[in-house]
Write a protein that binds this ligand. Structure first.
Ligand SMILES: [Zn+2]
Length: 341
């Protein structure tokens, strides 16, 4: 089954999401939000294959894969200067479909992997001294860093926890958990010093300038600190039922890159980091140091993974579109009042 260019599979939107898109377009029109084309891969190459023409909301933020290294970039991306206003005003209502003030506390976090009983980074903490500062950039309501703080405290560590996020409502919830939190990103959290453990969970794939990000990450870490990076791994799409295995649904305008473990390692090694442990979910732990792994192209592996996911998506779509199933699903939706949203 050949991989198509994904272009028309918008997900149904509720009123809050439609309003967020109207607000987004207005900010774009007024010049408060800017966009820019992506001409070159992070590796320097310009030889791309187009994967999609728009994101899950049918906004024209397509994606393309570098034929040299396999890193997936967008065709156009939000300008770095537009990030604060985008995350403060647009991102959460658009993605979760609710206004921030009416959302439950766990809305501002991507849930850990289903079988993750303890934080992944705990596998590597033996080498740390007993007093640790843990930082999370993009901490949302602080659920993940709060969990790690508790786990480390139970292991006998003395823990100070610091976070930052662009959303003031999410931050307020983090502060209630005892996380010292500041509005902003890397620059703002650096006022707390350096981290022994830095968490970037579902953040790294949102960053518009990887060279700058690697520099900022480097500045936040001691030589023996641990860096935990979690991103939605593209090679794992065949296991991600939350997207219906559908690459179009997986894509969202806020994701400036899609990573596999290999393409993430390639980028991190350019910044002076080596992988200690990682999987294709992707959950990964890096430390400062020269990588022994050579930068390998992940192009073939990623295209094969997308083909497998596309087969699963097609089978699922065929099942969902059987007339009786479709009718009963609509009946259920009507009974639940979802059609009135
Ligand atoms: Zn490349």
């Amino acid at each position: 089954m050949n991989l198509p260019v994904f272009e028309n599979m918008g997900v149904p939107l509720n009123r809050t999401q439609r309003n967020a898109i109207v607000d987004f377009h207005q900010l774009l029109y007024e010049g408060e939000i800017a966009i820019k084309p992506v001409d070159r891969c992070f590796c320097g190459a310009i030889n791309f294959r187009l994967l999609s023409r728009c994101d899950r909301f049918e906004l024209p933020f397509g994606t393309k894969i570098c034929r040299d290294c396999g890193l997936i970039s967008q065709t156009i991306q939000l300008h770095p200067d537009s990030m604060p206003i985008f995350y403060e005003r647009i991102y959460w209502p658009l993605v979760i479909g609710k206004n921030v003030s009416e959302s439950p506390v766990d809305a501002f976090v991507t849930k850990p992997k289903n079988d993750e009983t303890t934080s992944y980074v705990l596998k590597c903490v033996e080498s740390l001294k007993k007093q640790v500062s843990i930082f999370e950039v993009g901490c949302g309501a602080g659920i993940r860093i709060d969990r790690l703080k508790t786990e480390l405290t139970n292991l006998g560590f003395e823990v100070k926890a610091f976070g930052c996020d662009y959303s003031p409502d999410a931050l307020m919830q983090a502060q209630h958990k005892g996380i010292e939190a500041v509005q902003g990103g890397f620059r703002e959290i650096s006022k707390f010093g350096k981290a022994d453990i830095l968490i970037l969970s579902h953040v790294f794939e949102h960053l518009p300038n990887l060279t700058l990000a690697l520099e900022q990450i480097n500045n936040l870490l001691h030589n023996d600190s641990l860096l935990y990076i979690e991103v939605p791994g593209v090679v794992d799409l065949e296991n991600k039922s939350e997207y219906g295995f559908n690459y179009q649904v997986y894509c969202v305008l806020a994701h400036t890159y899609n990573f596999s473990l290999q393409t993430l390692c390639n980028v991190m090694s350019r910044g002076g980091f080596r992988l200690v442990k990682g999987d294709e979910y992707v959950r990964s732990i890096f430390v400062k140091g020269k990588s022994k792994q050579i930068c390998l192209s992940a192009y073939k592996e990623i295209i094969e993974a997308l083909e497998i996911a596309y087969k699963k998506q097609s089978a699922l779509d065929a099942k969902r579109n059987r007339p009786v199933v479709k009718y009963l699903r609509n009946v259920a939706k009507a009974l639940l009042g979802r059609l009135s949203i």
